[in-house]
Design a protein around this ligand. Structure first.
Ligand code: IMP
Ligand code: MG
Length: 187
């Protein structure tokens, strides 16, 4: 069986360009450069492509949380790595790969608001996965919506840390997942 391709490299490229155009409209006249906060590790390929298409001054930083194990979100979010610079009174733009249950982003938004006192917090996510939403959370800018509950890999999305470097987004076959399980057992 072949893996189902959900978004090709070309489709991803178009989605990222659309998001960059929206962000350029939102932040091009900012007096203080906004801080793009990438959520490690899944958002890295998306964020690296996105910032190169954003035509205005900006800063970048990273934050890391954990919540996922295998193909399901645990729903319990822990902070693993905090911001490295102060974002007090600055516009923060959280860059995330996907909103699934919504727990990660709702935790992160609140955490940044409470602990870092930014001027504003907006959420950008490449993919909005609607079916498993548990927390009432809407991203401000979304690349594409998935209406079916598919577990996807590629372009930052991983299965137990594998597959992030693949250049398109797909649903892995059982065979592929078994092969990755074998690789991970060798660690
Ligand atoms: P949430 O807290 O349930 O919204 O989960 C968000 C996190 O789970 C994202 O940051 C992703 O890292 C991960 N995630 C959600 N869906 C998928 C998927 O289909 N493939 C890989 N990772 C996923
Ligand atoms: Mg993530």
């Amino acid at each position: 069986m072949k893996p189902e391709i959900v978004f090709t490299r070309e489709e991803i490229n178009e989605m990222v360009s659309d998001i960059a155009a929206k962000l350029t409209e939102m932040y091009k006249d900012s007096k203080v450069p906004p801080v793009f906060v990438g959520v490690l590790k899944g958002a890295v390929p998306f964020m690296m492509d996105l910032i190169k298409k954003c035509n205005f001054p900006l800063n970048i930083d990273f934050i890391q949380v954990t919540s996922y194990s295998g193909t399901a979100s645990t729903g319990v979010v822990h902070l693993k790595k905090d911001l490295s610079e102060s974002v007090k009174d600055k516009d923060v733009v959280i860059i995330e790969d996907i909103v699934d249950t919504g727990s990660t982003l709702s935790y992160l938004k609140q955490y940044i608001q409470v602990h870092h006192q930014p001027k504003s917090v907006k959420i950008v996510c490449l993919i909005d996965k609607k079916p498993l939403r548990k927390v009432n959370l809407e991203a401000d800018v979304v690349g594409a919506t998935l209406t079916q509950n598919k577990f996807i890999v590629g372009y930052g999305f991983d299965y137990n840390e594998l597959g992030r470097n693949i250049d398109y987004i797909f649903v892995p076959t059982k065979k592929q997942l078994n092969e990755w399980d074998k690789l991970n057992k060798r660690k």
